[in-house]
Unconditional design. Structure first.
Length: 274
């Protein structure tokens, strides 16, 4: 995505159309569009030819961008789990790992970055009916690996609004749910994690369309991405008008939910009742 946005800026600065850029590398206009959105791999030769077309002659700049192209083609750590992942999910894991701000609303279950291993096992077993124990374990292992990003040296800011339904719907036995609630309380004390609970008592709210996640990136020219997971696929929305709609809904959810401190008290209350 970062390389694609660089190439788009260079092309636009020279007033070159996508069609002309595609012709220069023996490709279609749509191929250039996919490259600029970061949705296809990059051939070094294509990047070199585009840089020449865009008038980039400085050797240091060319070397930097060509190195970026090679880095972009390196498979992420999560690709080793591709045998137990739906085809659309590796893209999300890559975006999640690159994001510096993650905002989410969850209604069905606790967000994957906040799940305990026992709770994750219960969720994955429910979602992968008929899967072998080994496949379930590998999917859970991936989820635990993703969570390392949340406590790493370059951890993102993570703001999650959890519907009370996600906290009351049991996955696993009583001890699993108690452990999950305590884990949420502990994580909510981290400086980069903000958890709010949308209580049943509020009634109808802005999250009526269901769960969603908004990913923001440190590079200013990369647009935010809204991730919507469906039963057999996922949507990645990056058009400004779409992102704005979801940002508005999340802002309402944050404003209408008790604050992080009050939400922590709600979590403690649910723990005492469980």
């Amino acid at each position: 995505m970062l390389l694609g946005s660089h190439l788009r800026r260079l092309r636009e600065a020279r007033g070159i159309t996508r069609e002309a850029a595609g012709y220069s590398i023996r490709a279609s206009e749509s191929k250039i569009s996919r490259m600029e959105l970061g949705r296809v791999s990059f051939k070094t030769r294509d990047v070199e030819d585009l840089l020449t077309l865009y008038g980039i002659t400085d050797e240091a700049e060319r070397t930097s961008l060509i190195s970026l192209a090679k880095e972009a083609n390196v498979a992420g750590w999560w690709h080793s789990y591709s045998d137990v992942l739906p085809s659309w999910f590796p893209t999300y894991v890559g975006l999640e790992g690159a994001a510096h701000v993650i905002r989410s609303y969850e209604v069905q279950f606790v967000h994957g970055l906040l799940q305990t291993e026992a709770y994750a096992h219960a969720v994955v077993r429910r979602g992968m009916k008929g899967a072998s124990a080994a496949d379930v374990d590998r999917r859970v292992a991936l989820r635990m690996e993703r969570q390392k990003h949340l406590v790493s040296g370059r951890a993102p800011e993570f703001h999650c609004v959890l519907d009370e339904a996600a906290l009351r719907r049991p996955y696993g036995d009583r001890e699993v749910m108690r452990g999950q609630l305590q884990h949420l309380i502990d994580l909510s004390e981290r400086p980069n994690v903000k958890i709010q609970v949308m209580p049943f008592s509020f009634g109808g709210h802005a999250g009526e369309s269901g769960s969603f996640t908004i990913l923001s990136f440190p590079e200013s020219d990369l647009s935010d991405v809204v991730y919507l997971e469906q039963l057999t696929s996922a949507l990645y929305l990056d058009k400004r008008e779409d992102v704005t709609q979801y940002e508005g809904a999340l802002k309402e959810l944050q404003q209408d939910s008790p604050g992080p401190s009050e939400s922590r008290d709600l979590l403690r209350g649910l723990l005492q009742l469980s």
